[in-house]
Write a protein that binds this ligand. Sequence first.
Ligand SMILES: Cc1cc2nc3c(=O)[nH]c(=O)nc-3n(C[C@H](O)[C@H](O)[C@H](O)COP(=O)(O)OP(=O)(O)OC[C@H]3O[C@@H](n4cnc5c(N)ncnc54)[C@H](O)[C@@H]3O)c2cc1C
Length: 1022
Amino acid sequence: MDWDSLDADKFRDEAGAIAGLLQAPPLSPDQRPAVVADAEALVVAARKRPRRRGVVESFLAEYSLGTAEGLALMCLAEALLRTPDEATRDALIAEQIGSADWARHLGASDNLFVNASTWGLMLTGRLVEVDEAARSDIGGFIGHLAGRLGEPVIRAAVAQAIRIMGEQFVLGRTIEHALARAAREGLSCSFDMLGEGARTQADAERYEHAYAGAIEAAGLASGGAGPQAGHGISVKLSALSPRYEATQEARVWGELYPRLARLASLAASHDLNFTVDAEEADRLVLSLKLLGRLCAEPALADWRGLGLALQAYQKRAPEVIARTAELARTSGRRLMVRLVKGAYWDTEIKRAQVAGRPDYPVFTTKAATDLCYLASAKALIEASPVLYAQFATHNAHTLAAVHAMAAESGVAIEFQRLHGMGQALYEAAAERFGQATLRVYAPVGEHEDLLPYLVRRLLENGANTSFARALTDEHIPPSVVAADPIAAVEAHPDRHSGIPKPVDLYAPERKNSAGIDLSQAVERQRLAGALAQVDREALAAGPAGESEPVRSPADGRIVGRVRPASSDEIDAAIASARAAQGAWDAAGGVARAQTLRRIADAIEAERERLTAILAREGGKTLADGIAEVREAADFCRYYAMLAARDFARPEALKGPVGEANWLERRGRGVIACISPWNFPLSIFLGQVAAALAAGNAAVAKPAEQTPLIAAAAVRICHGAGLDPRLLALLPGRGETVGAALIAHAGVDGVAFTGGTETARAIGEALARRDGPIIPFVAETGGLNGMFVDTSALREQVIDDVIASAFGSAGQRCSALRILFLPNQTADAIIEGLTGAMDALVIGDPADPATDVGPVIDGDARAALERHLERLRRDAKVVKQLPVPGVGTFFGPVLAEIAAADVPEREVFGPILHVVRYDPEQLASTARALANRRYGLTLGVHTRVEGFSERMRALVPAGNAYVNRAMIGAVVGVQPFGGEGLSGTGPKAGGPWSLTRFAVERAVSVNIAAQGGDPALLNLGPS
Ligand SMILES: Cc1cc2nc3c(=O)[nH]c(=O)nc-3n(C[C@H](O)[C@H](O)[C@H](O)COP(=O)(O)OP(=O)(O)OC[C@H]3O[C@@H](n4cnc5c(N)ncnc54)[C@H](O)[C@@H]3O)c2cc1C
């Protein structure tokens, strides 16, 4: 089956998708009021039940995420128990406890455990000695708590409270406990083994082992009851491979599939329901391919328990159901399908915005998701008997509607709820409709694993659009809680007005750039086509004449040719630039903005081709190339916005009557732009666009290694209507062309990005120039550190360190060079990092599977090898990855060094230095880095805000990133640039980027000299 074609509708227009759903409403006009009446009755009955709330619901009712206490509890729950040391736990508790008003929750919940956690957190007299005064003023007591946190009993009490609370959200800490409890409570379950996704093969093995154990135990307990009546298991594929990604298909088949097949066979041997959970939208097609293959396994032929979860919030849901039914028919088997709304809604919205997707893969309104769920439910029921429908919901209307559809069709179905939720609702439903088949999704795991799960559930169900939240809020009338979503969509069939399409994220100021979705086969093929096309072309840079080859760092092939500019050509270019600049400057910021926006559009129109040139010439992976093309377009649009805002007209200034004062900004003249090879498109064009936006002409020297992409960019600029005299490409060496530009009397300013030493040399050369003193904007290197404390989440640290240190083969000035790990957690993190390094793909950057391409040339590699030699001698090289035989590759390295041995200067490539630190010595350890006097990027991983503040003060940096990767600054969102040895400012892509490219002229006119100030004389009576 052609699963890839499902991607055609991934970002389907929402209005069209909704119109399609409304065309054939899932409930008839007669059914709709009856379903609403049923749903209302369920709400009323559920609210009346004595045990009306599960613990999740009670928690939400008491500690809504809109309150300081709810957030504090969530933060504590997420981090406290995994934090090994007392000092950090105290800091965490102090920050969170101190931020909230616990007294108002005292005894307020009808759920014992939610109350117990309040009591625990309030640290009443039962846990610590509190005098009478404190008892009568418990709020004041809590307020003073921060000062007493050293007391072990308080720490223990809070930890215990969180533990008690957390335990309510799992059925058991082990599968045996969970099974025993299920038996006691008469539950039929689908067990979920908790944990974060695998980051290493060892993680994946561990999860496979845990799932296998659970299948064996659940199989024995089910005693051959079969997939409908017996227990089942839910499997997250992201737990079975560190690289469960569409771009890693070969690996998915080689590593993940065999694990999945082994688990499925085991489940089949016990005749259990085995459900593949639904994860992110980018993984949908891949998950269906895996399922398709399982369906074709002869050994699993007679098994009726294989299943999958389907998300109704995805616009593709109805199509996926149709395809799944076809799969079941063609493979001659019955599949079990759990219909959910979807647990990653906010993540999907964020990812689409960050990646510049054409739209969202999910609906933007809750009502549309509900409608799609009902339409999908109808389709599922109609697909019986090849599909067995399982409906996972805690929503009364959804439940009542599904019940009505199933009753009408006479098809046997199953409902599912999460442990800790929906119990009262399903009891009410059993009373009203009779007992239905009900399965409980039952998380099993230890404290460390369950708490992040808990936090996700709380976020998902604590949202104010959530049914669970509305049910618990007695102020919301049942008619509102149980309202018909079809009516809501009919009344407002539009997308959500507060969630703009990704392209409109920065509207009205500018368009967001568009990305390329590498998870789609069709997009990967388009890039392959662009690569083939580029390979056929004769790429060239510089004037015609005798030229030199430009070679690919990946395999040495000739990508194109370049001829360096001669000194006559430099003179001529500067002369024509000067001739054209006056008119360009006089045209004003608004006109210049239009040209820059056209350039941005033209860049995006050629994004596949530009990405291909970046891969061939610069050795950039496709993902890096796509991000770079986007950044280039963003620079043009952002500077267009600044030009139109700050250079459109003189700015009137306040002053005394009788005179007019204004300030205007004008271009300086001709700016020399000297850019590096590591961002040969975006920095090249970013400098040029800044110069042009401010009213200058630009003469641009690309790096020696990457003239072809610069030539392509210049052609695009000229093609988009920029007077060719305003932008000249002058390829050549720094020592010749670069030096000539800097010394040239016709140059009025220099923008440079590159090494600190080169910047210093340029600064000295400029100081020696005769004539006007001209500005020098330099962005240089960094010695960038990341500080992790013991509260940080291991998986998050691993992801962000790998991306920051080895992304772009470490050839970003923002890249992570030195990772500081606390002694307590260093071993576990280093082990995770080396495992995650093993999962990296090093190779041809033009292959979508590749994570790490080559370094730029032989010199760069030799410098890295020299540094590695030193590390082998003086430090501990923990790991180096192997590299392909051709090309200038350098395998990523992880080496441990002592704090005192922090490198003196930047080592530009994929070498990660790790320093273990004693938290007592943190300040002196940090100073070792700060004393190097760079100040570009800083990373911090912690759940303690105070730690983050402290690190930012100890190690000043132009760009600090907390709990995320420290690369990938976005234009206008994270203005980029450092201080100290890292650059002069102003930042690129920031609100003041253009200031140094402009002169400021203040004009003061004495109006009184002409006879008086008419504005003053014409003032009204009062
Ligand atoms: C047994 C079980 C198994 C599950 N397995 C999975 C799984 O494998 N994969 C998975 O992703 N989830 C899974 N879930 C989680 C499930 O997706 C959520 O619990 C479910 O969405 C909540 O739906 P509801 O009908 O109970 O609540 P409701 O409150 O009616 O719906 C909430 C849902 O609406 C959607 N939503 C919220 N706001 C918006 C908006 N503005 N625009 C569009 N949609 C919006 C979201 O999907 C949100 O989760 C499972 C849930 C259960 C009960």
